[in-house]
Write a protein that binds this ligand. Sequence first.
Ligand SMILES: Cc1cc2nc3c(=O)[nH]c(=O)nc-3n(C[C@H](O)[C@H](O)[C@H](O)COP(=O)(O)OP(=O)(O)OC[C@H]3O[C@@H](n4cnc5c(N)ncnc54)[C@H](O)[C@@H]3O)c2cc1C
Length: 379
Amino acid sequence: MDFALSEEQTAIFDMAYGFGQEHIAPYARDWEAQGSIPKELWREIGALGLGGIYVSEDNGGSGLTRLDATLIFEALSMACPSVASFLSIHNMCARMIDAYGSDDLRARYLPKALTMETVLSYCLTEPGAGSDAAALKTRAEKTGEGYSLTGTKAFISGGGYSDAYVVMARSGGEGPRGVSAIVVEDGMPGLSFGGLEDKMGWRSQPTRQVQFDAVAVPAANLLGEEGKGFNYAMAGLDGGRLNISACSLGAAQAALDATLAYMAEREAFGQSIDRFQALQFRLADMEIELQAARTFLRQAAWKLDRGAPDATKFCAMAKKFVTEAGSRVADQCLQLHGGYGYLADYGIEKIVRDLRVHQILEGTNEIMRLIVARSLVAR
Ligand SMILES: Cc1cc2nc3c(=O)[nH]c(=O)nc-3n(C[C@H](O)[C@H](O)[C@H](O)COP(=O)(O)OP(=O)(O)OC[C@H]3O[C@@H](n4cnc5c(N)ncnc54)[C@H](O)[C@@H]3O)c2cc1C
């Protein structure tokens, strides 16, 4: 058992960290105010090979492991978790096309997705189907040429902003086996978007409903086999959960680092506040929580990389543990800044707001417990 990162992994982390500090951190608040991330940033990220982090090298991707990916998302989130998590969603979609797409579909969508000339969104949730995603109702009716899509997807990160959407829609009967995954391009007639959602965090990412009104999609845009879309969507989520956890970890670590620096400077009762033992113990508790979260996350990623039979359970456990630890740490960091923690200039309140949603999406943390509990009861 070796817990050390390899030289290559350390270099990957350093590259992502350096990029984030130079090209993301200084602008993250402006992008939040604008409610959008400049598309130029994605081209720069694509040039680093981060548009297809675990897309196979045979198909032009970087071919990195899930563990490598957690390092990238941890490092980028130290600059801005909203930007980093958006990249995770794009990567989830790119990997689905890589893993399940026909040669034709890959040839049409992957090259530009890898350079991030095109940005991809993942459309599973509907207004009436969130945790119970297999109850989705968006229809994909067969036509002579392909499919006609009708329905509404809710909460779509990148809705009205992305260039293509991986859409889970019902081409068959009830339940997960009736779901297919279909790639829908921006601009297809009948595709429209709801208004911009006004959110607590992740404010630099546009979130909108994505609406389909008899959108005609060619049969060649079916991802993999008909009726397997739900499996593909769930397989994508194991890695997505690791990435989101890494985003919580990186941002919470950045909050702790900033808090240590702040406490060394800030004085009360004639000494810097990091001299109070009660507060030192809170710092120690946060350090312990983040190190435990990091180790657990990397173990789950290692299991996913090896295709371990319990990888899904470990991804779920890590997602619940790490996202909750990240939010607890960020909240404590805000408290230790006193009133300044509540001010946007100090950067902590944004982290608290951005991390909260990580307990809700990619499967809520209740659903993570459901996955774990089912595996225990089945045994
Ligand atoms: C900012 C943001 C961005 C998002 N981006 C995307 C995206 O890009 N693509 C996408 O497809 N979706 C996206 N989502 C949707 C997200 O995945 C869902 O919100 C999430 O899965 C929960 O679904 P819901 O909101 O319908 O809640 P519900 O499923 O209605 O759940 C409500 C509550 O009930 C609990 N609950 C439900 N079922 C059970 C159960 N069986 N046992 C115990 N508790 C249960 C839940 O945990 C939750 O606390 C996004 C959401 C947000 C907020």
